[in-house]
Design a protein around this ligand. Sequence first.
Ligand code: ATP
Length: 199
Amino acid sequence: MHLKTLTLRGFKSFASATTLNFEPGVTCVVGPNGSGKSNVVDALAWVMGEQGAKSLRGGKMEDVIFAGTSGRPPLGRAEVALTIDNTDGALPIEYTEVTISRTLFRNGGSEYAINGQGCRLLDIQDLLSDSGLGREMHVIVGQGQLDAVLRATPEERRGFIEEAAGVLKHRKRKEKALRKLDAMQANLVRLGDLTSEIR
Ligand code: ATP
């Protein structure tokens, strides 16, 4: 599996449609300060489902939409599409090439798609969750993040390892199931009370 192309349109400083092609191996993005290198990394995280505006270095999610410059008016939407080569079947989907895309409108509406088919955010998260590109992805190491890992509590560090090993998803599912079980248990107790009252 490798990332093939990333297309940004209206995302942060990328007002016009811009496509980056990645070949297998190492890709370096170089440019002067403020030219948009980190915005490319933000776009990668965003299209893969990042929900935290702060993680994208903004105050609110709308900040990812091109805000305009002296020569160009603001845009009404941000779009990012990421094409992944899946010839090795690393993603659990029967396509050798997978394109995930995300669009955010200034009115707050958003759309997600896998290979052009509209889907839910959850579908994208599920698709990527076992690939190491999950929601709490540690494949993107931002400036200052190493410091955060070194200062993490043992519980937080365990979370990093679990995410990397792909077990976090199952732990979250287990916690959800246990919560349902608790609620069910409470209902059973209530039912028992009602039955004994009727008798
Ligand atoms: P450095 O080398 O200093 O880390 P960089 O190349 O990583 O810089 P970025 O942080 O990616 O640069 O880009 C910053 C630029 O993106 C700034 O000029 C900022 O004004 C612009 N920018 C960020 N969000 C938007 C937006 N919503 N609309 C328009 N421009 C934006």
